[in-house]
Design a protein around this ligand. Structure first.
Ligand code: ADP
Ligand code: MG
Ligand code: ZN
Length: 217
């Protein structure tokens, strides 16, 4: 059988450069991984997730975006940033439900507000990445008391790529890495935005601020 003039038929061009067999290239493009975008509220996590996912959508790469059903701040079928960017999303109750909602053909799986999922999200994200999906999880790494906000820290440890975003401290304009709750509540989850939380830098953050004002009255 005639060999195309520009190759030897053995994976090499006539100029001697290596040409990868297409099966190898496909396998490489297929490889899955896990990306985490973490940081406090207002640090641009959702914005960054939307930016990354939208670029894949423009390139016609099959994507699916998920959000926890409990986060209904901006409607249930969209991820919306504080800067009003949005992308369509599927609400799910649990990590297991998310796993079963991912279609075979999907290449990119975006997940917002990862901290509102159960710890099962760590194994689910790893399983999806192992199955060749590109998984991007955005979520708070610290809760309003400055404690690790499960399951984001574990996801960060299991991820190939981690982006730690900073907000602008609402008090002084410095690098905001904490989320300060400015309403009174001991609940771990209080949904809200500007009315309930501020981004604060290391110097302006005070996890006991609400507690102190409670004692003062
Ligand atoms: P996150 O998902 O991390 O809470 P978003 O992506 O929803 O953040 O919102 C980021 C946007 O929020 C910024 O681009 C900016 O327009 C707006 N924003 C409001 N307050 C702040 C702040 N203190 N620091 C940074 N961005 C802020
Ligand atoms: Mg967000
Ligand atoms: Zn500050």
């Amino acid at each position: 059988m005639a060999v195309p003039p520009h190759t030897t038929g053995a994976g090499r061009t006539t100029a001697g450069r290596r040409v990868l067999p297409s099966a190898v290239m496909l396998r490489r493009a297929d490889q899955g991984w896990l990306e985490v975008i973490s940081g406090p509220m207002f640090s641009g996590k959702s914005e960054e997730l939307i930016r990354r996912v939208t670029r894949y959508q423009l390139a016609r790469v099959p994507t699916q975006i998920f959000k926890p059903a409990l986060d209904d701040r901006f409607g249930t079928t969209e991820v919306v940033s504080h800067s009003k960017l949005s992308v369509a999303a599927e609400p799910v109750e649990t990590a297991d439900q998310l796993l079963h909602a991912v279609l075979d053909r999907t290449v990119v799986v975006g997940i917002d507000e990862g901290q509102f999922f159960d710890d099962g999200l760590v194994d689910v994200a790893a399983a999806l990445a192992g199955a060749g999906k590109q998984v991007i999880v955005a979520g708070l790494d610290l809760d309003y008391r400055g404690r690790p906000f499960s399951p984001i820290p574990d996801l960060m440890l299991r991820a190939e790529y981690v982006t730690k975003a900073l907000a602008v401290c609402h008090r002084c304009g410095g690098p905001g890495l904490f989320t300060q709750r400015v309403v009174e509540s001991d609940e771990l989850v209080v949904l809200g935005a500007e009315d309930a939380y501020e981004a604060r830098c290391r110097r302006c953050y005070n996890p006991d601020e609400m507690v102190q004002s409670t004692f003062a009255v």
